[in-house]
Design a protein around this ligand. Structure first.
Ligand code: DLL
Length: 437
């Protein structure tokens, strides 16, 4: 059995100085391509007094203007296209969780590049042509299904294009066809694990060995939960439609942050308030520049994802810079009575306190003051506890949340299976305050 450690070692293990040289060469060409073909961005550059001649390498990147989601919305549907429409072969779209959908275009070369990135992620998770890969991300406009599907083909794996949903059928195919690698959102992986357990499967009777989970924030605690119920190693994968889709970065066997495919994507961390570039190792907003993409080549695209980059050497041998798990989009951050709260912080406390990852946060406003409620399912074996015991547990969970967040929610322990399960990206926050805006 062939068992390669890397999909494209010539890039994945390139010395850092060479990566930077390659990035500089590609950047110069890419800026020229965008200047020549995207009048909107050219005008933005002109407004900043920059021309392609000012960009001699990656050290000049900071001179370029940013692109934000609002630029893409304003230019919908064709404004940011850098290739004639007849050279494009595909459209994908964002999930629209933060407003109007954004669409991205791909030439065949763009698709190939994206699928190579997904293939790298699969090989990093130990996949080779002997594997059966169950792709349970949604197929369609969402990039999850098509991206991992293409990557799986490139590696030569037997690919099960399941898409999301229909959990019973997922489990039937997984067990009948002995799927070894599962690709889906972490919240759906947790749900599949819960369902398999209820059906009497134990980790050693589940054929899976690895999972590639992303598209939403997930905590170390959820990873542990999934790894234990499914009996697998769970790898993180990151990406966004605007930059291609899944595979912009991926985890290796060290599970210590995701390697960014730096031969294709140039990453920066900026201060989200001022736009200032921050030194490596500082937490801030992730910004990407696409070095090779033809049809939809984003330059300095602001992701709104908050994380940290590290160039620290990785023992896997890959030289690509690593990004820490994004703790959530700056858009996902809730401001509750003036305190900044990320759902991932709440999730970490729940799992640490022995609860399931099934929860929902509800925010509302009463008499001009925010209300903050967290609904959490009771573990099935505690469902028959007395009212007094449940009230004590609610109080203790509230105290644990307060010490983590600096603000205490009203905690409601509810019956098992009463919080809707997610088949794609989980909806954790119901913010009724927005309904009144
Ligand atoms: O979610 C692409 C994807 C599909 C990635 C499958 C991984 C696996 P969008 O729908 O455009 O694309 O959403 C992109 O999702 O800006 C992050 O906020 C979030 N996100 C993606 N991956 C992760 C991750 C796909 N591993 C947005 N951890 C991004 C945390 C993630 N957040």
């Amino acid at each position: 059995m062939e068992n390669k450690k890397y999909y494209q070692p010539e890039f994945e293990t390139m010395p850092v100085e060479e990566i930077k040289k390659l990035q500089s060469e590609k950047l110069v060409k890419q800026v020229k391509h965008v200047w020549d073909n995207v009048p909107y961005y050219r005008a933005k550059m002109e407004a900043k007094g920059v021309t392609p001649d000012d960009i001699k390498g990656i050290e000049d990147l900071h001179k370029l203007p940013f692109i934000e989601k609002s630029d893409l919305r304003d230019n919908y549907p064709y404004g940011m296209l850098a290739k004639p429409l007849e050279d494009c072969v595909r459209i994908q779209s964002t999930s629209g969780t933060t407003g109007k959908r954004v669409i991205a275009y791909y030439t065949q070369q763009d698709i190939d590049l994206w699928e190579d990135c997904c293939a790298r992620a699969l090989v990093a998770a130990g996949a080779d042509k002997s594997d059966v890969v169950q792709v349970s991300y949604g197929y369609g406009l969402f990039t999850g299904g098509p991206g991992l599907n293409g990557g799986s083909h490139k590696v030569g794996c037997l690919t099960l294009p399941m898409s999301s949903g229909n959990t019973e059928r997922q489990i039937q195919f997984m067990t009948d066809l002995k799927a070894t690698v599962l690709c889906c959102t972490p919240s759906y992986a947790a749900y599949l694990g819960e369902s398999l357990k209820e059906m009497g499967y134990t980790p050693d009777t589940i054929p899976l060995k690895a999972g590639i989970f992303g598209a939403e924030p997930w905590t170390a605690e959820i990873r542990k939960n999934i790894e234990e119920t499914l009996g697998i190693k769970a790898y993180d994968i990151y990406g966004l439609t605007e930059i291609s889709g899944p595979g912009v970065s991926f985890e290796c066997e060290e599970q210590g942050g995701m390697h960014i495919n730096e031969d294709h994507f140039l990453a920066e961390i900026i201060n989200p308030e001022t736009g200032e570039v921050l030194p490596e190792g500082t937490k801030g907003e992730l910004v990407f520049t696409c070095l090779d993409k033809e049809a939809f080549p984003m330059l300095r695209y602001r992701t709104r994802d908050i994380c940290v980059l590290s160039r620290e050497k990785c023992s896997c041998g890959r030289t690509f810079i690593r990004m820490a798990k994004p703790m959530g989009r700056s858009d996902d951050m809730m401001i509750i009575r003036g305190v900044n709260v990320f759902p991932s912080q709440i999730e970490a406390v729940l799992l640490k306190e022995g609860f399931s990852p099934n929860y929902q946060i509800e925010l509302s406003r009463v008499n001009n003051s925010d209300t903050f409620d967290v609904y959490v399912e009771l573990p099935p074996e505690q469902f028959d506890d007395s009212v007094k015991t449940i009230a004590a547990k609610e109080k203790s969970l509230r105290d644990a949340l307060r010490s983590m967040l600096g603000i205490g929610p009203a905690v409601h322990l509810v019956a098992p299976k009463t919080i809707a399960r997610s088949e794609g990206k989980a909806v954790r926050i119901v913010d009724k305050r927005k309904l009144h805006d």
